[in-house]
Design a protein around this ligand. Structure first.
Ligand code: 5RP
Length: 213
């Protein structure tokens, strides 16, 4: 089965977690795009969505789904998002689409995080996919040096500016045996806005295609 087909199945399967009257947290990416398409069929049964990116906001609005401000909604019951890698503990690498900061905020605000992936994203050890880190631009070199000290190879995603006006460093060469420890450690470095490790707050449910992992 092609990855695109598994992504579509996962996006459509996540609809079963949407309850009537809900405000749904919505992630970013090609898998989430299938979820948003399916959500449009239920738009009269939900209050709306909190979006994690300008890209998802545009699709939600185009399909007539109200986009709400997280500051006004309070906690959410459900967040649906994709991932770049997922281990057996539902810990993730995210940020391939540079939307990691808002994704992490909406995930944190949500009671249940349903992660939708195709089977190519499943790994035993996180890190083959370069770890995205969103950084304040003036701190790029400082952070690069800190990553080298920790054995990583930082590569600036040149030309990419996030929705928050920041830059992305992709870290190659890490085999991440302790994702929570690395996430906590990196979070202490000044200038790092968000680490694309979702380990401290992993997914609650992972759908691989239409199967629960
Ligand atoms: C965006 C993300 C995406 O969830 C991740 O890149 C997966 O994308 P796709 O569903 O297109 O494979 O973290 O920042």
């Amino acid at each position: 089965m092609s990855n695109a087909n598994e992504k579509r199945l996962a996006g459509e399967a996540a609809i079963r977690y949407v309850e009537d009257g809900a405000i749904v947290g919505v992630g970013t990416g090609s898998t989430v795009a299938y979820f948003i398409d399916a959500l449009a069929d239920l738009k009269d049964r939900i209050q709306g969505a909190v979006s994690s990116s300008e890209q998802s906001t545009a699709q939600l609005k185009r399909l007539g789904i109200p986009v709400l401000d997280l500051n006004a909604t309070g906690p959410l019951t459900l967040y649906v998002d994709g991932a770049d890698e997922c281990d057996s503990h539902k810990r993730l690498i995210k940020g391939g689409g540079a939307a990691l900061t808002r994704e992490k905020i909406v995930a944190e605000a949500s009671e249940k995080f349903v992660c939708i992936i195709d089977s190519s994203k499943q790994v035993n050890l996180l890190g083959k996919f370069p770890l995205p880190i969103e950084v304040i631009p003036m701190a790029r070199s400082l952070i690069g040096r800190e990553i080298v000290k920790r054995g990583g190879n930082p590569v600036w995603r040149d030309g990419v500016v996030t929705d928050n006006g920041n830059w992305i460093i992709d870290v190659h060469g890490w085999q991440i045996a302790d994702p929570v420890g690395l996430e906590n450690d990196l979070n202490q470095i000044p200038g790092i806005v968000t680490v694309g490790l979702f380990a401290r707050r992993p997914a609650d449910v992972v759908l691989v295609g239409d199967k629960v992992m």
